[in-house]
Design a protein around this ligand. Structure first.
Ligand code: ADP
Ligand code: MG
Length: 268
């Protein structure tokens, strides 16, 4: 797979304060075109919330950003570095798996269903990747892990197993685990959709705290109140394209497109 090349004329990542640059991304599964030319820029330290109906391509977009899915056309860069490819002349060569994995350590991903390692304690969940992928000394990794658990309000759960925690607690562990790799950007795919309603707030509070401290984040969610309060930019996707984007007050209160209005009238 490392020898795959695709012709791309203008893969020139933006440098400066753009942390995530998604440029003309197309993605198909067989005949189904799921992303039909997505452009998105996320500045360092900003929170982008992606809204859109089911099937509009939100998860696929997040998965292309950390190269869990290859793109068919276009390119993505993070902090000025192409994701999944290296450029050579006008061609992009796909990176070797080990280099993709290395890039992925800079991109935190929090899933709807937590995805903790069930056979590891909370502390071990946080230490595993820093030790195995980043070769951090175990002591240092443990120190960081305990600090992060404290930050998400779970200092007393270090020795618990995931099954002993509520969904909200598991998701807070998952966020701490993502932070343990000191990612350049954190991607959230409907982080509260699997939670009982009374547990949603504690997870959103942790994400809000990260927003306040300048963590660059892309959050797919249906929580409109959260988007209004926390997002610097709200992006509305439908049918595999970005239909409109802007500050929350513009997109949520004064949407310009009929498709955005129709969606918001259902979820607000
Ligand atoms: P969203 O997250 O906005 O609900 P998705 O990105 O999950 O949308 O999916 C968009 C479309 O792509 C859906 O029609 C879905 O069935 C399809 N899809 C997603 N992943 C795959 C896959 N691995 N193989 C085939 N179709 C897929
Ligand atoms: Mg999805």
């Amino acid at each position: 797979m490392s020898d795959v090349t695709v012709a791309v004329k203008d893969a020139t990542p933006t440098v400066g304060d753009v942390m995530v640059d998604v440029h003309g991304v197309h993605k198909s599964f067989g005949p189904l075109e799921v992303l039909r030319g997505v452009d998105l820029q996320v500045r360092a330290g900003e929170v982008t919330v992606i809204l859109g109906p089911s099937g509009s391509g939100k998860s696929t977009l997040l998965r292309t950003i950390n190269h869990l899915e290859k793109v068919n056309r276009g390119w993505i860069s993070i902090d000025g570095e192409l994701i999944g490819y290296r450029r050579s002349g006008s061609k992009l060569h796909e990176l070797k798996e080990k280099d993709v994995l290395k890039q992925r350590t800079h991109i935190g991903f929090v899933f709807q269903n937590f995805n903790l390692f069930p056979h590891l304690t909370v502390l071990e969940n946080l230490i595993e990747a820093p030790v195995s992928a980043l070769r951090r000394p175990r002591r240092a990794a443990e120190e960081t892990a305990r600090r992060l658990l404290d930050r998400v309000g779970l200092a007393d759960k270090a020795d618990a197993y995931p099954r002993q925690l509520s969904g909200g607690q598991q998701q807070r562990v998952a966020i701490a685990r993502a932070l343990a790799l000191e990612p350049k950007v954190l991607l959230f795919d409907e982080p509260t959709s699997a939670l009982d309603p009374e547990l949603v707030g504690e997870v959103l509070d942790v994400i809000k705290d990260l927003a306040r401290t300048g963590t660059t984040m892309i959050v797919v969610t249906h929580e409109i109140g959260f988007a209004r309060e926390v997002a610097d930019t709200v992006v509305f996707m439908d049918g595999g394209v970005v239909v409109e984007q802007g500050p929350p007050a513009a997109v949520l209160d004064n949407p310009q497109h009929e498709r955005t209005r129709a969606f918001l009238s259902k979820v607000l």
